[in-house]
Design a protein around this ligand. Sequence first.
Ligand code: MG
Length: 245
Amino acid sequence: MSGAPDAGSIAPPAAARTATVILFDIDGTLVLTGGAGGRAMTRAFEELFAVPDAFRGIPMPGRTDPLILADAAARAGVDLAPEVHDRFKARYHEILRAEVPVGGPRYGVMPGVRPLLETLQQRDDVTLALLTGNYEAAARIKLEHFDLWRYFGFGAFGDEAADRNALVPLALERTRQRGRPQVTAADLLIVGDTPLDVACARAGGARVVAVATGSHGVEELAACAPDLVLADLSDPTALLDLLAR
Ligand SMILES: [Mg+2]
């Protein structure tokens, strides 16, 4: 964040001058769960609505849980009244808790994530938070399994908006409520693995780092013009440089 040209003479503390809220996506960015989310949604849907394989062909990466569910429900002719949605979520989360430890072909904490979070957690000019299409309970199940939940102070989750773009203003509002009334969207840095992560950052006025550990490659992400594209987070030098700018 740049201040007035002569602001340097005031010499504010580093935390006040450059504090960045880094908003991490989960799936494909922090972790991959080997398809546990898709399996758990599929089983919960079949149990509740007697429709097998309800999510086949429905795109998931970068999209919010309620939007994914709404697509499946519309195709199956299921009326998603709020109490039905709540029942689905409850059963989905029960199954997810059992499915996440199972593993799969693409599974685990993404390269460099844990040391990066350790590094960022030490800094007083960085706040770590989540911005994810996952329902909050699903986010917690996935991240607690890999012992990553504890790094994040708050988040904006799929429960709160089916439209991912609406999660950025929510994260901003939450930051203000947590003692940073002056924070602006330019102080937010989103880290995500899909063009939809880049799009939500752009829509909300936030900066964005795209990381190609999920379902999209470096070239595809670069075409969305994020502030930075990384193959993975194993060398975070460029990301840390971005924080200083
Ligand atoms: Mg993702």
